[in-house]
Write a protein that binds this ligand. Structure first.
Ligand code: NAD
Ligand code: TYD
Length: 359
């Protein structure tokens, strides 16, 4: 049985990945989820799996080398899937240091602990051990408003925000371990994700939540910045495919081929909410374009991100499977069905769950 060490599994993508993996492999794998439970970590995301005998949660900070070393010492880890990070650009502009600490130092600790556990006396590594570093397309910087311009695995790194700079630093560390030690790793650089369990500081859940409450919908700048949106489950599948079928030491870009301006995203959400809300729902009256409010632009706001996922398609046969029109309905339906989740997240109550569950 393969044992996975997943970092940041209580966050948005990590929790979706854990659900995907248990649905795919059932009792054939074991997952240890290590998460510090920052504001972005929510164990409620994992309620459906918390009683599985092949799932374990460990509350620890990835910058704590003793805690991480202990997990490797006590378990024969076969796969590391490293999601844990500070992930929100706006927060990185206000408070860059914690991004450097978690994203750079934390990744160094993860690499060092995995290397120490997997290294053989001759300098090689135990067989079939693999580390996957989950990164972002934001490390490549910003593309011009030209629909033929894409990020490729060979694009130069040119990060602009403290978030993307810290992720670029973490990618470079992973690359250095592969080059220096032949450390068995892969890197994935993915575009913007959306779907269930996303913290409502990010554009899509923020707009859904605000619109349903009749609150203003803040649009940064002219609203024409472009992001390439991928349904989170498609990302989870890509990560598993890269780890199991990808060539070691390679980087794979993962993207939705689904570029949209922010203002288009907001309009699609408003139209879809109108379509999905029943006629007798009082919220239907205030879900409207009148809520759209242009606000001051984000500092250093990257104009356009777009990935051509040619390599992962050609080498591994991965394709984005969920069309945006379907993915956004699935996402809105999930937020409809999980209003309590949203209430607890926005009130801060979700952070009590760990104490109630685990103490
Ligand atoms: P998230 O903010 O929702 O979750 C991050 C998780 O990491 C949380 O559970 C948090 O508690 C945990 N964490 C933070 N600091 C920690 C620390 N020091 N020790 C242990 N755990 C810690 O983030 P996400 O959106 O799920 O992103 C996951 C990964 O995917 C990140 O590495 C991010 O850079 C990358 N990524 C995200 C996107 C996106 O659109 N969200 C796109 C591409 C790549
Ligand atoms: P975000 O979800 O923060 O992801 P990222 O910055 O990592 O791409 O933002 C997506 C886009 O939406 C980005 O161009 C900034 C913009 N945005 C707004 O216009 N208003 C908002 O309230 C937020 C959170 C983001």
């Amino acid at each position: 049985m393969r044992t996975y060490l997943v970092t940041g599994g209580a966050g948005f993508i990590g929790s979706n990945y854990i659900h995907y993996m248990f649905e795919k492999y059932g009792d054939d794998i074991r997952i240890i989820n290590v998460d510090a439970l920052t504001y972005a970590g929510n164990l409620e995301n994992l309620k459906a799996v918390e009683n599985r005998p092949n799932y374990t949660f460990v509350k620890a900070d990835i910058t704590d080398k003793d805690a991480i070393g202990k997990i490797f010492a006590e378990n024969d880890i076969d796969r590391v899937v490293h999601f844990a990070a500070e992930s929100h650009v706006d927060r990185s502009i206000r408070n860059p240091e914690v991004f450097v600490k978690t994203n750079v130092i934390g990744t160094a600790v993860m690499l060092n602990c995995a290397k120490a556990a997997w290294e053989l006396p001759d300098g090689g590594f135990k067989e079939d051990k693999k580390f996957l570093h989950v990164s972002t397309d934001e490390v490549y910087g910003s593309l011009p408003d030209d629909e033929n311009a894409f990020f490729y695995e060979t694009s130069p790194y040119d990060p602009h925000s403290p978030y993307s700079a810290s992720k670029a630093g973490s990618d470079m560390l992973v690359k250095s371990y592969m080059d220096t030690y032949k450390f068995p790793a892969n890197i994935t650089n993915c575009s913007n994700n959306y779907g269930p369990f996303q913290f409502p500081e990010k554009l899509i859940p923020l707009i859904i939540n605000n619109a349903l409450q009749g609150k203003k919908l803040p649009v940064y700048g002219d609203g024409k910045n472009v992001r390439d949106w991928l349904y989170v489950r498609d990302h989870a599948k890509a990560i598993d495919m890269v780890q199991e079928k990808g060539k070691l030491f390679e980087t794979y870009n993962v993207g939705g081929h689904n570029e949209k301006q922010n203002i288009e995203i907001i309009e699609i959400i408003l139209e879809t909410l109108q379509e999905m809300l029943p006629d007798n729902d009082p919220r239907k009256a205030h879900v409207s374009k009148e809520l759209i409010t242009y606000v001051e632009d984000r500092k250093g706001h990257d104009r356009r991100y777009a990935i051509a996922p040619d390599k992962i398609r050609a080498d591994l046969g991965w394709e984005p499977e969920t069309m945006f029109k379907d993915g956004i309905k699935l996402t809105i339906q999930w937020y409809f069905e999980n209003e309590d989740w949203m209430k607890r997240v926005t009130s801060g109550d979700y952070q009590k769950y760990y104490e109630e569950m685990y103490q």
